[in-house]
Design a binder for this molecule. Structure first.
Ligand code: SAM
Length: 248
């Protein structure tokens, strides 16, 4: 019998007493780039709308800046980066991802830009301190503990210029248990409606149920404020998907 995804989950690396997730444990690392590119847009509720809002913000705030440094955490195949960089094609862009498989796609997609792609765990890689914009879309929810997420927010804050901003799109849950349950049900319903076959449904439902480590949206907004962000605004929300704009 074939091993299930569940059998493959082994948390083997330890940071500060908690076991950190490895790239090889996640769907992304074993999906061909074209399968990932097709499926991620289908399985993340609001993926398209969230990116439209990111583009609007980038066009408004960054497209006219002469010199801009952008850092992205969890680049994947470069879907988010390509939407950003088309509005500021001369930006100095650094993207970090711990999946070599995902970075293969990003290398192709981003080669026409000033892009540097780093293979590594963003929780461990040192960030430069000159970023005008840090972005992460569907890239932080695998941080296992609340403290891991909060530490990362602090590291992001410290890496920004004095007027820098963090565009943070991710899967979240809610403090209120009924709200959390409702939005989880809606997320699974979205998966049932939008995956192309039972195998794909099984993989993404497994991913959501066992691999996503969601933190409450309200808590994450509080943590962003606690680490120093002055202005924290929710720009978009659909079920468990949310987009937050945090300004230093
Ligand atoms: C779902 S993709 C999102 C990419 C893109 N924003 C999109 O929407 O298609 C998230 C990426 O984050 C990466 N990732 C997750 N945790 C990471 C970590 N701790 N360090 C580096 N990359 C990480 C995964 O390998 C994956 O490629």
């Amino acid at each position: 019998m074939k091993a299930t995804l569940c059998d493959k989950i082994k948390y083997t690396r330890e940071i500060d007493g908690t076991m950190a997730t490895k790239a090889s444990e996640l769907n992304y690392d074993r999906y061909p780039n074209n399968k990932y590119d097709y499926e991620i847009k289908m399985v993340i509720p609001g993926h398209n709308n969230l990116h439209k809002i990111i583009e609007t913000v980038v066009k408004r705030d960054y497209s006219k800046m002469k010199s801009i440094h952008i850092l992205e955490l969890g680049v994947g195949t470069g879907l988010t980066a390509s939407k950003i960089l088309r509005h500021c094609p001369s930006a100095q862009y650094i993207g970090i991802d711990f999946s070599e498989q995902m970075l293969k796609g990003a290398r192709k997609r981003l080669k026409k830009y000033n892009s540097e792609l780093i293979l590594g765990d963003y929780a461990q890689v040192n960030f430069s301190k000159n970023n005008n914009l840090v972005v992460s879309v569907i890239g932080i929810h695998h941080q296992k503990t609340n403290q891991d997420k909060k530490n990362l927010f602090q590291k992001i804050y410290n890496s920004l210029t004095s007027d820098g901003a963090f565009l943070f799109g991710d899967l979240v849950t809610y403090r209120d248990k009924e709200e959390a349950a409702l939005n989880d049900a809606l997320h699974f319903h979205h998966l049932v409606e939008n995956t192309k076959d039972e195998q794909s449904l099984k993989e993404w439902a497994h991913h959501h149920k066992f691999q996503n480590k969601l933190a409450a949206l309200e808590n994450q907004i509080d943590w962003l404020k606690e680490v120093g962000f002055r202005k924290v605004i929710m720009l978009y929300r659909k079920y468990n998907t949310a987009l937050i704009y945090a300004r230093k």
